[in-house]
Design a protein around this ligand. Structure first.
Ligand code: DGJ
Length: 723
């Protein structure tokens, strides 16, 4: 059970697994004392002495003291010379803030975050600390929650201007975590289009290191996540601490190793294209950040995040619920289709047992390529003479659900929408627009743009009767300016965009609770906990090559559970890499997430189509285990020839094991893979071979995995506990 203990000036947030301890210093400065495995008690004097700070009431605010003190929500410029979490410009032009604790409240309920996605408040204990800067009247409410069932603490800050003059927030991070030493490796998930979320691990060095995005979205190039792992930590052993931001826009995640070898983690909205004016009485809320601690390796940290998102963040109505096996038309037809062609694909899909047919890009305006029509969300009758209604009906008549693609945040310069409302785009007056994929970005911060998006998406869903919507977003932000804001508020544009997008997602998901929304951004360029509050799954990458997907899916699962990853079997040669891999291997890898297809089954031969039928049946039969079981990575694809993972059901009676070998090795013994997460005292039957092994044997000695010849070979085994 989560609890928050107060012992004088010490606040201790804890549950069965973790403790998070902070302390009020004399004068009201907040110190951070500990985040790690659960403690029974903590004497602050010990840690403060290490920082040369007497804990006997004689603490005085001075540079040497503040620069050594582990802090909770520091600002720059008044003695702590490390990076701060908060910068606010006062009317006199100064940027320093000196927050002192005024009040501490144990809350009955975790407060909702105004307009922002955040973990839900069930099953947690919540603390609010109110701090004030006497000079400006700025008040910071630091909100914390600790959960009953996960090794996690979440944090966010609300800034209120209780002074009499306007203030300008220049930096307002969500999280600062000061740790006493620098004996850690830093883990981040950098990437690129088609190479999202590569696991990058390197030792911390003195000074600054980290990742950020200024692309308008969390991005393929960086993920709003940063972790520390002890140098010897493995998947199963050693300490790891991760921090993830529940936000989908520009962010900064940084570690700073100080002159004294202490480590400060910072996470929040990137400050380089941000500021926020706070008139007297106004407030600003930072996104929520989640911190997870694991004493059981990096896998334990990932599991902590998976549990947190599954129990407290992901849309409830989709949790533990089967997802339809879908077929998406994109790689099957691209823009080149009409109703007959789509129906032929849909018919072949239905014959394989596919449950949902998704029409991707190209159905609206006069869009035959990516140069036109975004914003004109009315059906192209030349392609679909029966309209969305007609196609939707015909697909449903095949026994499938119908799904549709939209990219509602964008506008093509060649569109009726742009011609009618040129000022609805992000732009800087007098500067040439920079297009990307021939498109511009709508200014989602504006209420009229939000209303337009809600209207066209609602009409599209109603007309088509769609059970599924793929919500795409395909470019970085440039020319970041809003016609709705005065000059001195232009740097609010990108964050206002995110607030507007979240408001739209809130309205639409509430109005269409039964529609399955799948996020997408040129593949996985906005795969973050912010979007996952609204959509239960996100297209993981435009790269559908099975071997590339090993790394992409492994990197994504560092933070996010299997159910959130859209994973499809596509045709060969693969459209992104030209590689030919066996259908079985493409299937084995796509089973790693929310399963579907990205091909035209009519172009397969009879044998392959028969395999598809068997695949769909297998995917359905195993889906609750695959999507909601506990995921163990047994062998990482990074730098290795073989990758192996498994999912284990909550009661450990079932497991699904997958092994993929990239390159065949001549004259090699078959791999022996040690499994994890089974019950050591039970015996498990391998369904595919009929053999029975002890759980202990499988975990300690391993499972011999005879792979056939050939590159990109895969093996999938179901394990069932014997009665
Ligand atoms: C990018 C997505 O990632 C693809 O799957 C596809 O939907 C295209 N956009 C369509 O333009």
């Amino acid at each position: 059970m989560a609890e928050i203990l107060r012992d004088g000036s010490v606040f201790h947030l804890r549950n069965d697994q973790i403790s998070y301890v902070l302390c009020e210093m004399p004068g009201g400065v907040l110190a951070h004392l500990y985040f790690g495995a659960r403690l029974e008690r903590l004497n602050a004097a010990n840690l403060l002495r290490r920082a040369d700070i007497p804990a006997d009431g004689s603490f005085t605010v001075q540079e040497c003291a503040l620069d050594r003190l582990p802090r909770e929500y520091p600002s720059f410029g008044l003695g702590d010379l490390r990076e701060g979490a908060l910068t606010v410009q006062a009317p006199d032009g100064s940027q320093a803030v000196d927050l002192r604790l005024e009040r501490a409240e144990l809350l009955d309920a975790k407060p909702a975050l105004e307009g922002l996605p955040a973990t839900r408040g069930e099953g947690c204990a919540a603390l609010r600390l109110t701090l004030r800067d006497a000079h400006t009247g700025l008040v910071a409410l630091l909100d914390y929650a600790v959960y009953d069932d996960c090794p996690a603490v979440t944090r966010s800050a609300k800034l209120v201007n209780e002074g009499s003059a306007p203030l300008n927030v220049e930096r307002a991070y969500s999280l600062c975590l000061d740790l006493p030493d620098d004996g850690w490796d830093l883990i981040t998930l950098p990437g690129a289009w088609a190479r999202e979320r590569t696991v990058c691990r390197r030792p911390l060095v003195a000074g600054h290191q980290g990742v950020s995005s200024r692309r308008g979205a969390s991005s393929a190039q960086a993920s709003p996540f940063i972790a520390l792992a002890r140098p010897h930590a493995t998947q199963t052993q050693g300490e790891a601490i991760g921090a993830a931001l529940i936000y989908s826009g520009n962010f900064m995640a940084e570690a700073e190793v100080s002159q004294f070898g202490a480590t400060r983690l910072l996470l929040g909205i990137d400050e380089r294209d941000f500021s926020w004016e706070l008139q007297p009485g106004e407030s600003f809320r930072t996104p929520e950040a989640a911190l997870v601690y694991s004493g059981r390796g990096i896998g334990g940290m990932s599991y902590g995040f998976h549990r947190l998102w599954e129990s407290h963040l992901l849309p409830k109505r989709w949790m533990n619920r089967p997802r339809p096996v879908l077929l998406n038309s994109w790689e099957a037809a691209y823009f080149d289709f009409d109703a007959d062609k789509l129906l032929a694909i849909a018919k072949a899909a239905a014959a394989s047992g596919v449950e949902l047919f998704v029409m991707d890009d190209g159905w609206f305006g006069h869009r035959d390529d990516d140069t036109t029509s975004l914003g004109d969300w009315y059906v192209n009758r030349r392609k679909l003479p029966g309209g969305l209604e007609g196609l939707g009906e015909q697909v449903r008549a095949l026994g499938m659900q119908f799904g549709i693609w939209m990219e509602p945040e964008m506008v093509s310069p060649d569109s009726d929408l742009y011609r009618a409302h040129p000022d609805w785009r992000l732009h800087i007056p007098g500067r040439e627009d920079i297009t990307a994929r021939h498109q511009l970005v709508l200014d989602m911060g504006r209420r009229e743009v939000q209303d337009f998006v809600v209207k066209v998406v609602s009409e599209t869903l109603r007309a088509s009767g769609a059970a599924y919507l793929k919500w795409d977003m395909n470019r970085n932000f440039t020319n970041i300016g809003s016609a709705a804001l005065p000059a001195h508020r232009q740097r609010e544009t990108a964050h206002r965009y995110m607030l507007g997008l979240y408001a739209v997602m809130e309205r639409l998901t509430a109005a269409f609770p039964e529609v399955l929304f799948e996020g997408c951004a040129s593949g996985g360029a906005r795969f973050d906990a912010g979007m996952l509050y609204y959509v239960p799954q996100i297209w993981c990458s435009d790269n559908t090559d099975a071997l590339c997907r090993l790394e992409i899916q492994r990197g994504t699962e560092m933070v996010f559970p299997a159910s959130t990853m859209g994973c499809h079997v596509s045709a060969v040669p693969n459209h992104q890499t030209g590689r030919v891999t066996p259908l079985e291997t493409r299937f084995a890898v796509a089973l790693g997430g929310s399963f579907g297809y990205e091909l035209d089954p009519a172009r397969l031969d009879d044998g392959e189509r028969a395999k598809l039928r068997a695949q769909v049946a297998f995917a359905n039969e195993t889906q609750l285990l695959r999507l909601y079981g506990r995921r163990y990575w047994l062998q990482s694809p990074f730098g290795e020839n073989d990758a192996a993972w498994m999912s284990v059901s909550g009661d450990r009676s079932e497991a699904l094991f997958t092994l993929v070998r990239r390159m065949a090795r001549p004259n090699a013994m078959p791999p022996l893979v040690r499994l994890q997460g089974l019950d050591a005292d039970r015996r498990y039957r391998v369904v595919e071979t009929g053999e029975v092994f002890g759980g202990d044997e499988l975990m300690l000695s391993g499972l011999c995995c005879p792979l056939g010849n050939g590159d990109a070979a895969a093996l999938v085994y179901r394990l069932r506990a014997e009665a």
